[in-house]
Design a protein around this ligand. Structure first.
Ligand SMILES: Cc1ncc(COP(=O)(O)O)c(C=O)c1O
Length: 391
């Protein structure tokens, strides 16, 4: 055989020995071949399990999706290239056969608001916001706007409010709407929204689930009713997560419950330390007995930990004061993300909620002195020492 031919074919597509790899390898192939055309035909027709083209499915993505579906106890899932991409898939799936109208929580990630207002509204989707922690207001909004779906976060970004997800699920079901829950902050360790009646759960895998600050990814985990449309969007539009990122995420998820338990314990220590500090005017933490949503949290979390996020208002601080405080941090990393193994600090007014008008931020309670911490797995004493020296 000619050297050009050998270079292209030698070594590839060999029958593998029966050995099963103990962890899932990274499959980068963009297509898959079969010994007989009839088998490829059956895979295309979904009559037998298999892979034909990597936009449809890959063994690495499939393994990750199975892992994430198991954690949320869903019917199936689609791993996507980012958390925002997962939200877009979930919204499209929810609205395919329904009225193009969304009732969304007003306490929500800034980019999610931007997606609703800048991408969906111009396409004719009606968007209305509601205080998701006010059950009567949610009922009124559903009655008034007749949405195709309701969108909320299980723990809101950045003020860590917790809406009555179970009761909102009852209301959306009764109205024939779908409930989408972005559960990035809660993670399946704290709460499983599908079991509480949600239809589609979204995570930014970039955060706690992958956990090491080296992956951008997302996932939509679906109930049985919405799974066909979620998979169809994945297959047709191709928002899927690449095999390297799937591999890294799957590896991260293996230690996610361990990391998360430790991060939650550290966050509880940080929250109580901050609450006693004279330089802090207010702490936002779901484990706080005085939390505005304490009754809902007691019902939904039921003995689980309260998450690894803690936000606080620096007393009398301006933007410059917050910058000075954050610049003094030595261990805690100043970065626009959360959920990593290391503790992170973010200034919502400058990053996650930058695009909101100052008045809108004030109305939502996101003040100029608000700092959001994502607490890591370090020794709690070292995190506290870093905060102490920064005050
Ligand atoms: C609650 C929440 N949802 C979704 C996202 C978007 O995730 P990604 O950055 O992976 O697209 C973020 C990002 O910070 C987030 O905080």
């Amino acid at each position: 055989m000619n050297i050009h031919t050998k270079a292209v074919h030698a070594g590839d597509r060999k029958k593998q020995p029966a050995a099963i790899p103990s962890t899932t390898p990274i499959y980068t192939a963009s297509s898959f071949s079969y010994a007989e055309m009839a088998d490829l035909d059956k895979v295309f027709a979904e009559e037998i399990d298999g892979y034909c083209y990597s936009r449809y499915d890959t063994p690495t993505a499939h393994a990750l999706e199975e892992q994430l579906t198991a954690l949320e106890e869903g019917a199936g899932s689609l791993a996507t290239s980012s958390g925002m991409s997962a939200l877009q898939v979930a919204l499209q799936a929810a609205l395919t056969d329904r009225r193009r109208s969304v009732v969304a929580a007003n306490a929500i990630y800034g980019a999610t608001m931007r997606m609703l207002n800048s991408l969906l509204e111009p396409m004719g989707v009606e968007v209305n916001y509601v205080d998701i922690c006010d059950e009567a207001a949610v009922a009124k909004a559903i009655e008034e706007h007749k949405p195709g779906c309701v969108l909320m976060e299980s723990i809101s970004n950045p003020l860590l409010r917790v809406g009555p997800l179970d009761r909102i699920a009852d209301m959306t079901r009764a109205a024939g709407a779908a409930l989408i829950v972005d559960s990035t902050f809660a993670t399946p360790l704290l709460m499983q929204p599908l079991k509480l009646g949600a239809n589609l759960v979204v995570h930014s895998l970039t955060k706690f689930l992958a956990g090491h600050g080296d992956v951008l990814g997302g996932v939509v985990i679906s109930d049985a009713a919405h799974l066909p449309i979620v998979r169809a969007i994945g297959k047709t539009s191709g928002p899927g997560l690449g095999p390297f990122e799937c591999y890294l995420t799957m590896r991260g998820v293996k230690t996610f419950p361990l990391r998360m338990e430790r991060q939650c314990a550290n966050a509880a220590a940080v929250a109580s330390w901050l609450a006693a500090h004279p330089g802090v005017s207010r702490v936002y933490y779901p484990g706080d007995a005085q939390h505005a949503d304490a009754a809902t949290i007691g019902r939904l979390f039921a003995g689980k930990p309260h998450g690894a996020m803690v936000s606080f208002d620096l007393k009398d601080a301006t933007r410059e004061g917050v910058f000075r405080f954050m610049d003094r941090l030595k261990l805690i990393v100043r970065a626009t993300t959360l959920g990593d193994v290391h503790t992170l600090a973010l200034y919502p007014a400058m990053s996650s909620h930058r695009d909101l008008a100052p008045k809108q931020r004030q109305r939502l309670g996101i003040g100029d002195g608000l700092i959001r911490l994502s607490v890591g797995i370090e020794a709690a004493e070292d995190i506290l020492a870093d905060l102490a020296q920064a005050f």
